[in-house]
Design a protein around this ligand. Sequence first.
Ligand SMILES: Cc1ncc(COP(=O)(O)O)c(C=O)c1O
Length: 365
Amino acid sequence: MVCLSHPHRKAVMLRVCGVRRLWSSSGTATLPILGAEDALQRWRAAVPPKASSTILASYSSALGGITTDPSLMMIPLDDHGFHRGHCVFDTCALEEGRAFGLQMHLDRLLRSARQAQIIDDSIDASALREVLRSIVLQTFAAAGRRDQVFMRYWLTAGRGDFSISPSGCTPPEFYAVVHEDAEYPEDADHPPAGFSAAIVDVPLKTPLLATMKTNNYLINALVAMEAERLGVDLGLQLDDQGNVCETAVGAVAVVDGDGVLRSPPADQILASTTWARVRELAPTLVDQGVLSGCIADEALHVDALASCSEMFTMGGGWVEPIVEFNKRPVGTGKPGPIFNALDALVRADFLSTEHTDAVPFADRI
Ligand SMILES: Cc1ncc(COP(=O)(O)O)c(C=O)c1O
């Protein structure tokens, strides 16, 4: 029997109470048919306390603007992104008032959108990327914060009837939200303690779904929940040959017994922008003799994890150490020298003009 950790029990209780609230608030009572004013008032009252303090700004193409009122952060129910899951998304971090890695993330969003057939070759992708870039930067500016915020944005198949095919839809819709970054990584003076990870028994997505960043993250949510049940921070999926895939929302890399940095190819997982950048940076560490090499195009079998000296999860531009795997320490059980070297290199990226876009705060004053 799996022993449920305390936070997990609490999460389950909250979900049960939430369902009971739905019962008692609607139940068999006659429901009001609300006018616009009443509806707005109720939306205002319905914002969960946590959302009202953490959601800073949102954009909706359906609305045609930005709002800083969390109660107006709305998705129309007839959007196929909602009722059919026909939607792709991506993210962007903000550091010292500059949006990090936005070009890479928008490129991946458009790649995913092509795979999901939300856009096709008739679309001028570079013009669309410019429009989305401007929306993202303006929404960051409206949030008015320079650090410790994160953006998520979604491109949907569009609004329309409730059919399965989007052929009757409006053009794609775009939504974006800026929120507090609860998982903001520690600074260089306060290094991270590191994560624990364990293999989870959750089936993989098909490669088509896994290689595009759609909002069908049910499997990813189950990976995270299984990790909670096991009492670890991260769940790691393997394929049926025992090859390492990814965690719920991160790529995985190891330093193997020969000092080679390795992460599996992105043929059945999401192509991580962080890993793409780490691969570019790795030769510097090879030249310095810190690493013996870097392999990105070979499967990584789970057996190799037993002898690895360091293990990482990567996402959102950050590399984070995994110090415990399947309840055993990884290497010394502490963040190691390769982590320290990679962390310094990726942190420098966050401040470089090459990898960041300035947020137009001044235009908002
Ligand atoms: C499933 C999955 N794998 C990997 C990653 C890491 O990708 P990135 O490094 O581009 O943030 C993410 C996060 O976006 C993810 O959701």
